[in-house]
Design a protein around this ligand. Structure first.
Ligand code: SF4
Length: 402
């Protein structure tokens, strides 16, 4: 029988997700609504060094801001995942990326089970891929988006179909076996045939992980603004309609399932054992720290983010100041909304009773009509979106969060 120890033992360390934002791109894609852009390459080196400094000195930097949890409890956190995203982080010197990985190992010693780099196909060479492997990256997320050159060109992507194959070959030769490919459903010029061709090409490559996003048309991108204004630039007249895009997504759901991919989040599929450990932390609201301009962090209660302008960010870190831009302590209502919105993105759904207990709410009146309309269902005590109705998930979220 286990006896309670009379000695004080150190508290177990929580698996921390670490994110690094690299906001640099070679060109701005017409559909992009991220806080990224084209910057002179002279900035890359000083930016990478600022990120390294921010990681290593985070406790000191946070001290001046009153972010006490991270300042006092950071030693309890062991990095479990690192995700360097953007932007196009594969533009950076591999040696600078290696120094970032090492900084995370030094600041948050831990298992670092998953170390992901986002890369655009045209930026990948065998030499770089080997250097990334040597630096400790064990997963590459490749922004393929489409295998159709006309679609890629229409939205301003720099790579072409041939670059995707060359990238996959270089990464495989360097020893990467955990690759994730992104596709976008709803691009200008996309048709049922071209979508099927992209899906076929992707499944032939059989990556461990696949993300499929529906094109978002909002005020945050040139394509979105043009479309909302009824204009004709950026390929707006060649956009497939909503029904066609939804059909593309549903077709992907069927075909990926047939090929053994587990659909575990609205936009994400993985072969068994290959789910993204890092992204799961976001959907489960586990703690993560973000470094770099515009990066977001969360400790379970408070969300905070860094300055967005890369030069402002670099200047702050260089001057020994925290680059904090915004912080917000979530109240109970906001936390509940996040539990629903993020939790229901996962196909396994949410433990409804746990959430009702935790937030002292009864959600039955909200959930019942959605269940009667076949949009959500209870399975083994968990509430989830009905898998065949995922294309109307935004309607469910609007009604649940109203
Ligand atoms: S490469 Fe990615 S982050 Fe950069 S502009 Fe294109 S979509 Fe946006």
């Amino acid at each position: 029988m286990n006896q309670p120890s009379t000695q004080s033992s150190p508290a177990p360390r929580t698996g921390l997700g670490v994110y690094v934002q690299v906001p640099f791109c070679q060109a701005k894609c017409s559909y992009c609504n991220f806080s990224t852009g084209v910057f002179r390459s002279e900035l890359y080196g000083s930016y990478a060094e600022a990120v390294r400094q921010e990681i290593l000195r985070h406790a000191t930097l946070y001290r001046s801001t009153g972010l006490r949890r991270w300042q006092n409890e950071t030693p309890q956190f062991a990095a479990e995942t690192l995700y360097i995203g953007g932007g196009t982080p594969s533009l950076l010197d591999p040696a600078a990326l290696a120094r970032m990985v090492q900084a995370v190992r030094d600041a948050f010693p831990g298992p670092l089970a998953e170390v992901t780099l986002e890369a655009d196909p045209e930026t990948i060479t065998e030499e770089k891929a080997r250097a990334w492997r040597d630096a400790g990256f064990n997963r590459i997320s490749l922004g393929a988006q489409s295998f159709d050159d006309r679609e890629l060109k229409a939205v301003g992507r720099r790579h072409r179909r041939a670059d995707i194959y060359a990238a996959a070959q270089a990464l495989g030769a360097a020893g990467f076996d955990n690759l994730s490919f992104d596709l976008i459903a709803g691009l200008p010029h996309q048709t049922a045939e071209s979508w099927q061709a992209s899906l076929d090409a992707l499944l032939d490559l059989a990556p461990a992980h696949i993300s499929i996003y529906m094109l978002e048309l909002d005020e945050g991108s040139r394509l979105g603004r043009e479309s909302l204004a009824g204009g004709a630039r950026y390929g707006v007249p060649a956009l497939p309609d909503d029904d066609a895009a939804a059909d593309f997504y549903e077709r992907a759901c069927e075909q990926l399932a047939r090929r053994g991919y587990e659909h575990y989040e609205i936009s994400n599929w993985a072969l068994p054992g290959r789910r993204s450990l890092h992204n799961i932390k976001y959907w489960r609201r586990e703690p993560y720290l973000g470094f770099g301009s515009g990066a977001h962090s969360f400790d379970g209660v408070e969300r905070f983010s860094n300055l967005h302008v890369p030069t402002d960010y670099v200047a702050a870190i260089r001057d020994g100041r925290a680059a904090l831009d915004h912080r917000e302590t979530l109240d109970s209502r906001q936390s509940l909304e996040e539990e629903l919105f993020l939790g229901l993105r996962q196909l396994e759904g949410i433990d409804l009773a746990r959430i009702e207990n935790r937030y002292r709410v009864a959600l039955g009146d909200l959930v019942r009509p959605l269940a009667e309309e076949g949009l959500v269902e209870m399975v083994d005590g968990r509430l989830r979106l009905v898998p065949s109705r995922l294309t109307v998930s935004s309607e469910v979220f609007v009604r649940l969060l109203a």
